[in-house]
Each structure stands twice: as structure tokens, then as C-alpha cells.
Design a binder for this molecule. Structure first.
Ligand code: SF4
Length: 996
């Protein structure tokens, strides 16, 4: 008789529960076995890790209402049963004595918390929201109906479930909040800002399991072995099959250990490295010609007055410090289509411009600027360029090392161009893989928790461009692309939010949406707050005192608030900003309401991982003590606000709140109802829709988030599927559901030739079936299914872009600091720009408060490059993992990494406290002298780089004791940002270090 091992039991259990889960069943009894005595009489429920964006599956075991064990889910294709140290420690989270159990309230000028009840807190918070909103509400501005409040702010959401994000977005927009941001702004906004103009969508193109299909893996600007450990499994699998792994990083990291080739690079110089690879590819004719000619805009003819000179593109206006984008455009024919020269010989075509522009990016300049030796650079270029053939693919794995710069968008653009040149889009093992840092930062971005977005990446209306619905629809409609249908998506969204009230006669309640007129990004919010412009803020699972740039400014800004509401698992540095080291609580007016949140295993829910897969988690136990699910808190606030507005005859514009559809089954909402609304239905008979092609702009359909349309067709919630692929290349088409329309590898039409035949059988995903007259294959075609290759636009794979070609050159200022990437130094740098006299990004975002100081290039008080990063043991600002013994004991305190050469010069010994300072603040932190860092020689000058993890705060080293030592790396970083996305520059700034 076969022995049922613990693993085979789990496999059996998971297979057996697949059908049950489809029915929406919750926890199922676990079977006791001699090998699992401690699991005797437990119940097990599939869940998801709450940490990084890999989306590892968990099995949560509970007994007597408590989590007793957490293991990796062997069926989940993202982790196949494995977990990293953070994920493996999750059971302890639920028993941590530091969990918030009661509502805490801090009265103005008080130095202590008071415990409160929900029956008191919700009405009090709702009253403050209403009072702040009503007294600051702007109905019209410059003659435009704007219906907004600029005195309320809402931050956070990346730790929430996807269905909760949707509710949070509805809640905020109905109140007229324009100060609306979440973690994505400060982590991956550069990804959306670069990939969307390059390919059409701002998301990761392939998937985590697909990394195993790569022939070359470039890890640059990320450290997956520490920060996204689940990816290592697939990197190793690719290596086992012969892939070459390259690590390019200022430090020799744990990911560098996985690599065949390692090259150090000075922080902030990635554009030089990537551009030089592109130059190598073009110069040596290593590009994949069929893709470059047919699937990119290389052949488009640019306007005669487009130029680049001495560090500026044409249109630079020195008096306004901005570009006029008129010359950054194509010449067009009578129909409005761009003129092309498919020979690529016309001197005005994009390709010829690129050859001239990129010729400055030589191996010599790479060494002179980045510090990378020419021979290793050439070796890396050769390996990457070797994939410009049909049966090979390279991929890029990156994270904050590329995004968090004043030129973050251009960093990623630069490699997007490399991939377009090599034809590495739309094929297994290719693409650009953005590794998202929070478990649901993808879902929160998809649901538009950003000041400039609605759901599904529809833009939020602005006062200047979208005064009326007609203006808005005209603006979002992009002829000759799939976004020709955008009006259908926008009207369906309004129908989902305001139901029967949204009718053609009242423009589907378009006026209920707030319109913004200036940036309200994360840094703008704190700048406004410091200037006294924001009165009240709601903070959901975010710790900006640790995670925001310029700690001293963040803390001072919070002191200007009248009230702050926060929901979280643990008390964080932000919640207790009023008693942070060095301040007197009795001088701080801000009221604080701290609400205890339920953990992920304490509720049903969902998360969209970095691969765009919407996965479902199931509740294991009840929330501890007085904690509640975030969705319950949102529901209670919405209900209370609806009541307050109904009762108040003098309320200011109550309509959007009063009319907001909110039927999810009461306080403990039914996630299925939220998913059904996100997906959408026909208004007449509430029949679920099968995909966004069915959406209409006449009010006959409703859909809360068009990119999720297709997730919940009439046959049920496809995200609940749990059927991993048994053989094959790891598409996993029946595991969960991926947006859009379950397409796993985006732009897969680009993997086929003009006739619809795959360029390589080895890399086949889809093909044109002329007998069936449709595209078909192992993946869902990311194309119009019946659009033949010979049909108009049948040869244009990037269907979200007008005329469907990938953009080597981005026109009309869609990327506002350059249509092609140019190197500029970081805002603070100890060396002069070797490429031009324009030192740093001329259109970078800066602020002018007393905290916004800058160390200029020749200021020797701060001679070194500072950079920040994360540790495997800690999650983001550390507010969870610093409260868990196992992760805290493994990585108990902050440190600064210093190269041995610098340590010797300064007389610093390993383990000694040193003073680490920038012009914005000073930290006392232990030195870690390590050869992982080495000095660079830049244009003849020796440059040292020092690095510090940003996972630490000022709550003690011992997770059970409070401390007074501030270990916040962002004490040092400047509040400056990329001009496209306003992401802060955390990765390169000037510092000094000295022995104490
Ligand atoms: S932190 Fe990331 S890699 Fe680690 S278990 Fe969680 S999801 Fe997986």
C-alpha cells in the first residue's frame, strides 16, 4: 500500500480541494498523520504571502481559532511549496505581542494613547472627514466644475486586497479627494511611466515562472535573491538549462552570487550602461531586423526640427525651464499616419537619429562615467546582443535600483529600447520583468489609488483638459489602437459607481469625479502638508515617516495636520510621529486615531502579484481582539458618511456620496460581489460580461475596472482556479487569472512574423490559424483574436499604441525629459556630467521648504555617494518584520556598508558606531566594512559608495522594547523626483561618514 507522505498528502489535499475552492468553500479539515503530529486536528486554508510581489502561496493551519503553522503551498506555481525567511515566519505575526488589539487615540497636545471603542471611533472619524471636506470643498475653479477637496488626503493600499483597493478608490473619489496616493508612487511609478509609452501598458510583460525560459537574465537595479527570493527558483532553473545570468549592481549582492557575470556600476548611471548596449547592438548590426523594421517605430520620419544638442533636446526653453514638445513628433501623411521609410536609411527616420545619438555611448564613456571596466562591459553587451535571434530571449529583472531616480523613467526606457531592438518582446523568457515589492502594489495600481489615475489606468480628469465628459472621452480615445474603446470603459466605470443615477442626461454623473489641476503626488502631499495646506489624512498600512524621503520634513509636515487616521497591524513610526525622538508631544496639535487591522489570514481576499495574476486567499481565523478587516473599516466609514450627509440639509454637494453604489452584503462584505462589479455586467439584467470587448459607452453596461473584465464571466470567478500546469513552459493558464483577459505574456503577437508564423518554434506562444481564421496557441493572444495578419493593423503587435508599433522614440512629451534617454547625473552627485554641461535632469522635480537642502557637486563636505536598499529579513519600512522575533533576531539593527579602502582611510573598524550624514540630517549607525563595495574611478576621480538598508526606524532594536535611536536611512535622502512620475530619488545622493 502506498505510504501517504506529508507532501503527497498536501498534494492530494490541494487537488481534492480545487473543486471545493471553486465553490467558494473556506477552510477544510486537515488530516492527521504520524509525520505531522503538530498539525493534528488543524484546519488548513490556502492563503498568500503578505510581503513581496512574487505572490507565493501559503497553507495556513489553524487550531482553536489560532494560526499554528504556515507552509508554502506546493501547488502554487509561484513558489511550488517554498517560502523565503519572511514568508516562513508569517505564523508568528499572528501571535506577536506587538499586534494592535485596541483602537488607540491620541488627543491634541497629549503625550499618551487612550484606548477607545469602534462605536466611538467611526462616528468621530467620519465627522472629521465631513467637516474637513465640506469647509474646503471647491465646486468650480477657473469656470470648470471640479468638485474636489485639497485639504483631505489618503495614502496607502498596497497591503490591501485587490477587492479592498477597489472599494478604497470608490470611497476616496466619491469624497472628492485629489491628494490620493499609495506605495506605487514611491516604488514603481517609473515602471508605468516608461513601459506604457514604450509598449502600451505599464505592467511587467511576462511572469515570475517564465523567468525559467530565459536564455540570458540581466539583473540590474534589483536584488531578487534578497528582496524577491521566490524569483531565485526560476533564475536557477534557467541556469540549469544553460542560461547566462548577469548581475550589474553597485554592491556584490546575494543575487550577484547567482550570476555568471558580475559588473559593478556607480549608482545613477544605468542610462549610460543601457544606451551603450544599444549602441553596441546597432553598431554591430546585432538587432533583430524583422522586429525593428516591422514592429517598432524605427522607420518613422521625425519632424525636421527635432534635434539634440549639448545636453538638451530641441524645444528647451531656458526661461521657463521646460521643453516645448512640438518638434518631438513624426511627419504624417494626409490620413494622419506617420510617414515611414522601411529601409531605415532616411536620415530623419527614428533609427538614423538613434544611430547618431547613441554613438556617443561608447565603452570608453561607460568606464569613464559608470566605473564599469570596458572589457566586462563588452562581454555583457555581447551576451545580451546574442539574443537578437529568433530562438533566444533575454529578460531584465529590476526593482527600485532603476526606478528611484530623477531619471527613473529613462532608466527603464533605456532597456525597453534594447529589448525592442533585439525582438525580445512577446516571447517566453523575454520582456521586462518589474519585480514589485509589496504583495498587492500591482492590484492597488490597477485600481488607480493615485491622484492622476482612475481604475484600469484610465487617467483621472484634470481641470485643464477634461472639463466635460465629452472632453474626457475625446481625450482618452486613441484612434488606431485598442484604446479607441476607452470611452466604453470610462462610461461603464461611472455606471458601476453611480448606478441608476448615472444617465446620459447627466453625463453619467461625470461631474461627481473630482478634477485636479496640479500635482498631488506623495512628495507634493507632504510639501503641501508642511505648508499647512492639508488638514486631515487617512493612512492605510503605510509608514511614510520611514519610507518617505527627507525624514525631518516628513515628521514636521505631519505636525501640521489637525487629524490623522491610520489603520495597521502594528504601531509604526508614523503613528507615533508626535513622540518621535527630539520632539515634545505637548507642542503637537494633531489628533491621531489608530485602528487595529486584521491580518491577511483573518479575512477572505485577493492579491494581484507582479505577474498580473489575481490570486485568492481564504480566511483561516477570526481577527484578533478588536481588530477589523480594512474592508469593514471602509464600509463603516462609507455608511456613516452616507448617514451624516443624508441628515445634513446644508451639506456641501452630498450627491457623489449619497448616490454611490455600495451593496456588498453589509459590514462583512462578500468579496464575490466586489469582483462581480469590478468585472462588470449588463445593466438591464445584471448578466456578467465575458470580456471588455462587450463594454458599451451608452450606459447599458457597468464595469468598475475594465482591465479586470473577463475575470468573472457568467461561469464564475476565474481567479479561484487552482490548476497548475503539469507540463509545458510555465504559462499556467488555469492558475488564478491574469489581466488582461488571462493573457500571460503580453504583446505575444510580436513573437510571430508578418504572416502570423512564430519566428521560432522554440519560442512559440501563439500563431495565426488560417483555417479557423483566428489567432490561437498556448497563451491567450494579446491581439484582436480574428484580426488577420493581412488586415489593417494585423501586423501591429502593440495594440494599445496608435498604429501598434513599439516606441524606440516616444513622441510629444509623453516622456517629458526626452524622447530617447540621455544621461544626467543624479540631483546630488560628487562628479560632473561627462556627457554634457547639463549636470542633472533639467526638468527634475524639486521643492523649496527649509528642509529641502542640496549639496552641490563640488561641496566636499559630502564627498561620497550614498545609496539605500532592503534586507531579505525585513519588509519595506520594517513595521511588521521588526515586530517579529525571528526576523528581528536575524537582522536586528541598521548598519552602513563601507568599502575597506574608505574604512582604512577614515580609521573605521567593523562594528563601530559612525556618523553618517547628508546635508539634510545625521545618523549614528554601526559600520559594516565589506569588500562587497569597492571604490570607483570616475573620470580620473576616486569615488566611494556607502549603502544603508532603509528597513529600520526608531522603535527599538529589541522588538518588544522602544528605543530612541533613529536608524532611518531616509533621514539622508532628498525630496526630489523624476519629472514624469514624481518618484523620489532614494538611490544616489551625497553623504559623508566619520568615526565618532
Ligand atoms: S516575501 Fe516574496 S518570495 Fe518571500 S515568501 Fe513572500 S512572496 Fe514569496
Amino acid at each position: 500500500m502506498p505510504i501517504l507522505t506529508r507532501r503527497s498528502f498536501l498534494k492530494l489535499m490541494a487537488t481534492g480541494t480545487a473543486a471545493a475552492l471553486w465553490q467558494g468553500n473556506k477552510a477544510v479539515p486537515a488530516m492527521a498523520s504520524p509525520q505531522s503530529y503538530r498539525l493534528k486536528d488543524t484546519k488548513v486554508a490556502p492563503s498568500l504571502c503578505i510581503y513581496c510581489g512574487v505572490g507565493c502561496g501559503l497553507l495556513a493551519y489553524s487550531k482553536d481559532g489560532k494560526i499554528v503553522n504556515v507552509e508554502g503551498d506546493p501547488d502554487n506555481p509561484n513558489n511550488e511549496g517554498g517560502l523565503c525567511p519572511k514568508g516562513a515566519s508569517l505564523a508568528e505575526l499572528y501571535s506577536s505581542p506587538r499586534r494592535l488589539k485596541k483602537i488607540l487615540y491620541r488627543a491634541p497636545y497629549s503625550d499618551t494613547w487612550e484606548e477607545k471603542e469602534w462605536s466611538w471611533a467611526i462616528p468621530e472619524i467620519a465627522k472629521r472627514i465631513k467637516a474637513t471636506r465640506d469647509k474646503s470643498f471647491t465646486k468650480t475653479h477657473n469656470g470648470v466644475t471640479v468638485n474636489r477637496t485639497e485639504k483631505l488626503a489618503q495614502l496607502g493600499g498596497a497591503s490591501h486586497d485587490t477587492d479592498e483597493n477597489y472599494l478604497l478608490m470608490k470611497f476616496a473619489k466619491s469624497l472628492g479627494i485629489v491628494n490620493l496616493e499609495h506605495q506605487a508612487r514611491i516604488c514603481h511609478s517609473s515602471t508605468v511611466g516608461s513601459l506604457a509609452p514604450s509598449f502600451g501598458r505599464g505592467a511587467m510583460t511576462n511572469s515570475i515562472p517564465d523567468v525559467a525560459n530565459a536564455d540570458v537574465i540581466l539583473i540590474c537595479g534589483g536584488n531578487p535573491a534578497e528582496n524577491h527570493p521566490g524569483v531565485s527558483r526560476f533564475i536557477n532553473r534557467a541556469r540549469d538549462k544553460g542560461a547566462i545570468v548577469i548581475s550589474v549592481d553597485p554592491r556584490y549582492t546575494k543575487s550577484s552570487v547567482l550570476a555568471d557575470l558580475y559588473a559593478p556600476i556607480r549608482p545613477g548611471t544605468d542610462v549610460v550602461f543601457f544606451n551603450a548596449i544599444a549602441n553596441y547592438i546597432m553598431k554591430n548590426k546585432k538587432y533583430f531586423e524583422p522586429a525593428v523594421v516591422n514592429y517598432t517605430n524605427a522607420s518613422y520620419i521625425l519632424k525636421d526640427d527635432f534635434a539634440f544638442k549639448e545636453g538638451y533636446f530641441s524645444g528647451w526653453d531656458e526661461t521657463k525651464n521646460q521643453y516645448d514638445f512640438k518638434s518631438w513628433d513624426y511627419q504624417i501623411d494626409a490620413s494622419g499616419a506617420p510617414l515611414r521609410d522601411k529601409t531605415l536609411q532616411n536620415p530623419q527616420c527614428v533609427f538614423q537619429h538613434m544611430i547618431r545619438f547613441y554613438s556617443r555611448y561608447t565603452p570608453e564613456m561607460v568606464e569613464k562615467t559608470t566605473g564599469m571596466k570596458q572589457d566586462i562591459f563588452l562581454k555583457i553587451s555581447e551576451v545580451i546582443a546574442s539574443t537578437g535571434v529568433p530562438d533566444k530571449a533575454a529578460t531584465l529583472l529590476y526593482a527600485m535600483g532603476l526606478t528611484q531616480h530623477t531619471h527613473g523613467v529613462q532608466n527603464i526606457r533605456a532597456f525597453a529600447i534594447v529589448q525592442l531592438l533585439l525582438g525580445n518582446l512577446g516571447i517566453p523568457g523575454g520582456g521586462i520583468n518589474a519585480m514589485r515589492g509589496e504583495s498587492n502594489v500591482q492590484g492597488s495600481t490597477d485600481n488607480g489609488l493615485l491622484y492622476d489615475a482612475l481604475t484600469g489606468y484610465l487617467p483621472a480628469p484634470t481641470e485643464q483638459k477634461h472639463a466635460t465628459l465629452e472632453d474626457y472621452l475625446k481625450n482618452v480615445k486613441k484612434p488606431n489602437s485598442f484604446m479607441e474603446n476607452a470611452p466604453n470603459f470610462a462610461v461603464s466605470l461611472l455606471k458601476a459607481w453611480w448606478g441608476d443615477k448615472a444617465q446620459p442626461e447627466n453625463n453619467f454623473c461625470y461631474e461627481y469625479l473630482p478634477k485636479y489641476s496640479r500635482p498631488h503626488s506623495f512628495m507634493d502631499i507632504f510639501d503641501d502638508m508642511y505648508a499647512g495646506g492639508i488638514e486631515g489624512m487617512m493612512l492605510w498600512g503605510m509608514n511614510p515617516v520611514v519610507s518617505g524621503p527627507n525624514y525631518n520634513k516628513q515628521g514636521a509636515a505631519l505636525e501640521k495636520l489637525d487629524w490623522l487616521m491610520a489603520a495597521d497591524l502594528f504601531e509604526s513610526e508614523t503613528h507615533r510621529f508626535w513622540k518621535r525622538p527630539g520632539v515634545d508631544p505637548k507642542t503637537i496639535k494633531t489628533e491621531v486615531f489608530l485602528l487595529p487591522a486584521a491580518g491577511m489570514m483573518e479575512k477572505d481576499g485577493s492579491a494581484t502579484n507582479t505577474s498580473r495574476w489575481l490570486q485568492i486567499r481564504y480566511k483561516s481565523v477570526e481577527p484578533i481582539a478588536d481588530s477589523k478587516e480594512d474592508s469593514v473599516m471602509i464600509h463603516l466609514l462609507v455608511e456613516e458618511l452616507k448617514r451624516l450627509y443624508a441628515e445634513d440639509a446644508n451639506a456641501v454637494f452630498p450627491d457623489p456620496i449619497r448616490d454611490l453604489t455600495w451593496g456588498y452584503g453589509g459590514e462583512h462584505h462578500d468579496t464575490e460581489r466586489v469582483f462581480r462589479e469590478m468585472n462588470g455586467w449588463t445593466v438591464g439584467d445584471k448578466k456578467q460580461l465575458s470580456g471588455f470587448a462587450q463594454l458599451k459607452g451608452d450606459g447599458s453596461t457597468a464595469s468598475g475596472n475594465w482591465i479586470y473584465c473577463g475575470m468573472y464571466p457568467p461561469e464564475g470567478n476565474l481567479a479561484r482556479r487552482r490548476i497548475p500546469e503539469k507540463s509545458g513552459i510555465g504559462i499556467h493558464a488555469q492558475w488564478a487569472w491574469a489581466w488582461p483577459m488571462n493573457r500571460r505574456i503580453l504583446y505575444n503577437r510580436a513573437g510571430c512574423d508578418l504572416a502570423g508564423k512564430p519566428f521560432s518554434d522554440k519560442k512559440e506562444l501563439i500563431h495565426w490559424d488560417s483555417l479557423q481564421n483566428k489567432w490561437t496557441g498556448m497563451d491567450v493572444p494579446d491581439f484582436i483574436a480574428n484580426r488577420a495578419p493581412s488586415a489593417p493593423l494585423g501586423d501591429a503587435p502593440f495594440l494599445m499604441i496608435p498604429y501598434g508599433l513599439g516606441r524606440l522614440f516616444v513622441p510629444t512629451g509623453m516622456v517629458c525629459d526626452g524622447p530617447i534617454p540621455e544621461h544626467y547625473e543624479s540631483y546630488e552627485s560628487p562628479v560632473h556630467n561627462t556627457f554634457s554641461k547639463v549636470q542633472s535632469n533639467p526638468v527634475a522635480i524639486t521643492f523649496n521648504s527649509v528642509f529641502d537642502k542640496k549639496s552641490e557637486v563640488d561641496d566636499d563636505n559630502f564627498p561620497y555617494v550614498g545609496t539605500t536598499y532592503r534586507l531579505c529579513e525585513h519588509y519595506q519600512s520594517g513595521n511588521i518584520t521588526r515586530k517579529i522575533k525571528v526576523t528581528t533576531e536575524a537582522a536586528p539593527e541598521a548598519f552602513v556598508e563601507i568599502d575597506p579602502d574608505l574604512a582604512k582611510e577614515k580609521g573605521i573598524k567593523n562594528g563601530e558606531f559612525v556618523e553618517l550624514s547628508s546635508i539634510r540630517g545625521t545618523l549614528k549607525v554601526k559600520a559594516f566594512v565589506t569588500p562587497r563595495l569597492q571604490p570607483y574611478t570616475i573620470d580620473g576621480k576616486k569615488v566611494h559608495v556607502v549603502g544603508m538598508p532603509w528597513n529600520y526606524g526608531f522603535i527599538g532594536i529589541d522588538p518588544l522594547a522602544d528605543g530612541n535611536l533613529v536608524q532611518i536611512a531616509n533621514m539622508l535622502t532628498p525630496a526630489v523626483g523624476d519629472p514624469n512620475t514624481r518618484i523620489p530619488e532614494y538611490k544616489s545622493f551625497k553623504v559623508n561618514v566619520r568615526r565618532i
